[in-house]
Design a protein around this ligand. Structure first.
Ligand SMILES: Nc1ncnc2c1ncn2[C@@H]1O[C@H](COP(=O)(O)OP(=O)(O)OP(=O)(O)O)[C@@H](O)[C@H]1O
Length: 260
């Protein structure tokens, strides 16, 4: 079973938008059974996909030994897409760590294995926070493939080596984790962005996906509606690009795709 962690230690680069739209595309257009695990205390993916309410959340899984995973899964309004929600309790794990308590960093990996054994889902998507927090480390440890959304600016491009070095440290412990590649997001036509993208493609320490995701006002609009942009505005540039990205990722174009 494939488990995609959507990771960047920088904020606001389109991690959640990528996680939610990739999850929606795989569920609705590829008929995969998808579980989106929200690992970010900001809980934007949870808020996008589930109505307001009281939920059992990831913080419980990371702190309670042998938590029963069925109690943490909720159906979204998108057929085939379930959510394991987050809430701001996840922030307490960072403090626990400072106080010497150890969150269960393998909890999500154990969840992935249990789900695979039960054949409960075809794919996991793990939306990470913009920090190498315990939840982010647990998500990377549980992943088979890391996808790095990146805005093409100098700081982000320079930050790529630092980010992949951090991921590599975790890969020493979990060698089955693989960096699938980085995905340029919030892309728009300008000399600066195009030159930045060319530099990224030349020097990135990992694969750069062929697809880039165009900046589109429909993305911001979709975040107000609780719908992914792929259904809110299917013909917008960003929606088209997310579909092309899913196709590239799944290897429908004959390269070494992820065969989800
Ligand atoms: N392709 C796009 N076009 C226009 N706006 C976008 C696009 N992708 C993301 N955005 C906007 O950028 C902002 C940040 O997106 P998002 O929340 O997905 O980033 P993030 O990396 O998950 O942030 P954080 O690290 O804070 O969790 C949001 O307001 C979102 O609507």
């Amino acid at each position: 079973m494939k488990a995609f962690a959507i990771v960047n230690l920088k904020g606001g680069v389109g991690k959640t938008v990528t996680a939610v739209n990739l999850a929606a595309i795989l569920a609705t257009e590829y008929q995969r059974r998808v579980l989106l695990v929200d690992c970010d205390p900001q809980a934007n993916a949870t808020q996008s996909l589930l109505p307001p309410g009281e939920y059992n959340t990831l913080a419980g899984l990371l702190t309670i030994p042998d938590a029963y995973y069925d109690d943490l899964l909720y159906r979204s309004s998108i057929r085939g897409l379930d959510v394991l929600p987050a809430d701001d309790e996840l922030r307490n794990l960072d403090v626990d760590l400072l106080e010497g308590e150890r969150p269960r960093l393998t909890a999500l990996r154990d969840l992935r294995d249990a789900i695979a054994e039960d054949d409960a889902y075809d794919v996991l998507i793990l939306d990470c926070p913009p920090a190498l927090s315990p939840a982010c480390a647990a998500a990377i440890a549980a992943s088979t493939d890391v996808i790095i959304p990146i805005k093409v600016d100098a700081y982000s491009v320079r930050g790529m080596h630092e980010l992949t070095a951090q991921i590599d440290r975790l890969r020493r412990i979990y060698p089955d984790v693989h960096i699938a590649g980085c995905l340029p997001t919030v892309w728009y036509k300008s000399d600066t962005v195009e030159q930045g993208e060319a530099l990224l493609r030349q020097h990135a320490p990992c694969k750069v996906f062929r697809t880039h995701i165009r900046r589109s006002p429909k993305v911001d609009e979709s975040t107000w509606t609780g719908e992914p942009v792929v259904s809110w505005s299917p013909r917008s540039g960003a929606a088209q690009d997310y579909r092309a990205f899913a196709e590239e990722l799944l290897g429908k174009e004959g390269d070494h795709g992820a065969e989800v």
